[in-house]
Every structure is written in structure tokens, then in C-alpha cells.
Write a protein of this length. Structure first.
Length: 204
């Protein structure tokens, strides 16, 4: 077993790996401990339960990917190109995961979020964590859409509403890609999403 000092990080990594590749309901504390090589007693030293661990693991996943989002959505990049980079990143990540696991895994926030029961039940803060991370992703999209409107690349309108529309479309496409284990559902995302926001490519 690895050092105690890295047990928490190994639990976080194991939780993401297992729940993303399987489902929240099918993964137990014992499964996570076995994957991480950590004793169950050590698990409860760090987390009161599975959902609290998964919530923390999602926050870690988002923290790890944020630098890539900052790069893609840099204000030095033309707004529509930021969105193109995002759609390409989404496709390439799913392609990589399919190569590694044999399956298209889709977005972990959406996949796990849809498993949560009615609001008001004790989910260990998992719902709040997922909602916060989704808002974070949408803010990047909204900033690019707002800048595209300001620059005249797309018609002016409600940037927040359009960002939500684009995000929901992307999530739907990833869900279908996961259901069918078929990346072809993601190939038209860029073209269709840009059409949703009113972008008209320059005539050749």
C-alpha cells in the first residue's frame, strides 16, 4: 500500500475512475478502497461517506481541468475560436476515454447528476458540487458568446441563455454518444452549436 500521505489523493482518483466508468449506484466504499489500495478505516478518516468523497473528487477533477479551460477561453483568442477549441477538446477527451476503456463515457457531472434522487435527501453535498461545476463550465461558454456578440461575430442577444442552450446540447450529444458508445454523435456538435448561436461562417 502507498504512503498514508497520498491516500486521500488515491481515493479521489479512484472515485472518479470508478463512478465515471460505471455509475454512482454501482460503486461502493469497498470498491473505491480496493481500487485506491487504501484501507476502509483510512477512508473514513478523510470522508464521512461515499457521496462526500465523490463530491470532493469532482471538485478535484474540475480544478485539474481548469487550466485547460483558461487556455481555451483566453481573452487573447477570438471568441468563436474559443468555442471551437472547447468542442474539439470535448470530442478528443471522449475519443481518448473510448480508446482507454472501450466506452464513450460522456460528462461525469451529467452522468452522475442524473442518478441523484429528489432534492432534500442527504446526498453528501454531491448535488451542490455538480451544480457549482456546471455553472463554472457555462460561465466560460457565456463569456465567449458575450465577446462574440460584442465583436459582431454573432447577433446580439441573451448570452447566458445561449450558453445554457449550447451546454445542454453538448450534454445531450455526449449522453447519446455514451448510450450508443458511438463518437459519431459528437462529430456534428461544433457545426450545430455554432449554428445555435447564430454564427455564419464567411463565404468561400
Amino acid at each position: 500500500m502507498g504512503r498514508v500521505s497520498d491516500s486521500k489523493d488515491r481515493l479521489l482518483d479512484a472515485a472518479i475512475k470508478l463512478v465515471w466508468r460505471n455509475s454512482l449506484g454501482s460503486v461502493s466504499v469497498e470498491d473505491i478502497c480496493q481500487e485506491a489500495g487504501v484501507k476502509k478505516g483510512s477512508f473514513y478518516h478523510f470522508f464521512p461517506g461515499r457521496n462526500e468523497l465523490v463530491a470532493a473528487a469532482f471538485r478535484k477533477l474540475w480544478a485539474d481541468v481548469r487550466p485547460e479551460y483558461d487556455r481555451m477561453f483566453s481573452s487573447t483568442v477570438p471568441p468563436v475560436d474559443r468555442l471551437r477549441s472547447f468542442f474539439e477538446f470535448m470530442y478528443e477527451k471522449q475519443r481518448q476515454l473510448q480508446q482507454e476503456t472501450g466506452c464513450v463515457l460522456g460528462c461525469p457531472f451529467a452522468s452522475i447528476g442524473t442518478e441523484l434522487v429528489a432534492k432534500g435527501s442527504d446526498d453528501g453535498g454531491l448535488r451542490d458540487a455538480i451544480q457549482s461545476l456546471v455553472r463554472g463550465k457555462m460561465r466560460y461558454i457565456e463569456s465567449a458568446i458575450g465577446d462574440a456578440m460584442t465583436q459582431g461575430s454573432i447577433p446580439r442577444g441573451d448570452a447566458a441563455a445561449l450558453a445554457q442552450t449550447v451546454y445542454l446540447y453538448c450534454e445531450g450529444a455526449m449522453s447519446q454518444a455514451r448510450i450508443h458508445n458511438d463518437l459519431s454523435f459528437l462529430k456534428p456538435v461544433e457545426e450545430n452549436a455554432l449554428r445555435l448561436i447564430g454564427f455564419q461562417p464567411a463565404a468561400v
